[in-house]
Structure formats: structure tokens, C-alpha cells
Write a protein that binds this ligand. Structure first.
Ligand SMILES: [Zn+2]
Length: 68
């Protein structure tokens, strides 16, 4: 399991932290997760966030194509 710097999904929050690289990101730091502070504020479970929760249909189709 590799690790990568994540940026908080909350655009107003500038938190960044080292976390598991679940999406095998190559260039941009992933921004699909809220930091622990924002999770607390939003009532989310930090550890239950999954990549793809906020992925648009367009992005899903693009990823689907890459698999083939
Ligand atoms: Zn945050």
C-alpha cells in the first residue's frame, strides 16, 4: 500500500495529510476526502469515506473506458 498527500475536499479548508493512495494517483493530490476536522464538523466518519463517492457520471465513464 502506497501513501500519498491528500487535500481536504472542503475548498475553504487547506488541510493536507498523508493517507493511503486508494486511487493510484499519479499527478494531482486526491481531493475526494474531507480532513478529520471537516468530518467532525459535517458529522461524517473519516474512515468510511471512499474514493468515488463524489465522482461524476462523466468521470465514471472515463474510468470505465480506461479499464478496457
Ligand atoms: Zn478540512
Amino acid at each position: 500500500m502506497s501513501y500519498v498527500v491528500h487535500y481536504c475536499k472542503n475548498k475553504k479548508c487547506n488541510n493536507a495529510w498523508l493517507d493511503k493512495d486508494l486511487t493510484h494517483v499519479k499527478t494531482f493530490p486526491p481531493t475526494w476526502k474531507y480532513c478529520e476536522d471537516c468530518c467532525k464538523e459535517l458529522g461524517l466518519d473519516f474512515n468510511k469515506q471512499k474514493p468515488g463517492d463524489d465522482v461524476s457520471e462523466e468521470e465514471k465513464m472515463r474510468r470505465e473506458k480506461l479499464k478496457h
